[in-house]
Design a protein around this ligand. Structure first.
Ligand SMILES: [Fe+2]
Length: 279
């Protein structure tokens, strides 16, 4: 089965509505994304509730601590846990971020930027191949929001991302909000980013809100997706066609019905751009 439609990040606050008595509570939500780390090695009610949602909806897995760009060896225990969770959940897609989160065994719990060089592209691609070998399936890398660049940079971020995916033969989770945040912070063309990413590798899209401070943006995921990010999403739909798309909300989490409403607006934009007949 191929993933279709529009999704939401699964948040524990919303379990009662999703699993409650109202059969229409999640109308318009085609699938959910879980944060892998929330369920690796976890049992009890959190796992039980997540699997109850899984019985009713397709699911994708999204990780935050693979640290694919670090010079530390890949964490074998983490990969083993990720594979066990994937065997249980049977997700449509699995992803993590194109970043590093620490070195010398330290986890900074932050998605840190990489130098955009041939050397780091080769380093990351080699590690992605190993991850795909362990998982026995394709893997997606997500572009992150960044706040600094390196003097050593040899290419644009979209060239870097595309080159890694070509070398490792992996796919892309394209975060349109992150393109906006990084494009605004660094002054690159957001449209050039979209045009520079290979259409056949983009398998999922993220949308989110952020904190706009006038001359810089911080990626906070605590607000609705702003209109100017939705405008960029419309351009992405034109280029990539229908790609499974979801809203990420990680803080200041509203009632479930509010996110469902917001997601319906996203669907309308995609339908408009694709000239699709509304369902
Ligand atoms: Fe994202």
């Amino acid at each position: 089965m191929t993933l279709q439609g529009f999704g939401l990040g699964l948040r524990p606050q919303h379990f009662p509505e999703i699993l409650g008595d109202d059969p229409n509570a999640a109308d318009g939500v085609d699938w959910f994304e879980i944060i892998s780390e929330n369920f690796i090695g976890v049992g009890g009610p959190p796992l039980h509730n997540m699997m109850a949602v899984r019985e009713r909806f397709p699911m994708v897995m999204h990780g935050v601590s693979l640290s694919i760009g670090s010079t530390d060896p890949l964490d074998g225990n983490y990969l083993k846990g990720l594979k066990e969770l994937a065997d249980l959940v049977e997700p449509e897609l699995i992803s993590d971020h194109l970043c590093w989160t620490g070195v010398h065994g330290l986890n900074m719990h932050d998605l840190l930027p990489l130098p955009l060089t041939e050397e780091s592209a080769e380093h990351v691609a080699t590690r992605v191949m190993r991850v795909q070998d362990v998982l026995g399936r394709r893997f997606m890398l997500e572009n992150t929001s960044t706040y600094v660049t390196f003097e050593e940079d040899e290419m644009t971020e979209w060239e870097f991302l595309s080159e890694i995916c070509r070398r490792a033969d992996c796919d892309i989770l394209l975060d349109v909000n992150n393109i906006y945040v990084s494009g605004f912070n660094h002054g690159f063309s957001m449209e050039a980013y979209l045009d520079g990413v290979p259409t056949d590798r983009v398998k999922q899209i993220h949308l989110a809100g952020h904190e706009h401070n006038g001359d810089y943006i911080v990626d906070t995921h605590d607000e609705p997706v702003p209109d100017y990010v939705l405008d960029l999403y419309a351009k992405a739909v034109k280029r990539f066609g229908h790609v499974p798309t979801m809203i990420e909300r990680d803080a200041n989490i509203p009632p479930f019905a509010e996110l469902v409403r917001e997601l319906k607006g996203v669907r309308l934009i995609a339908e408009r751009e694709l000239d699709m007949v509304p369902a």
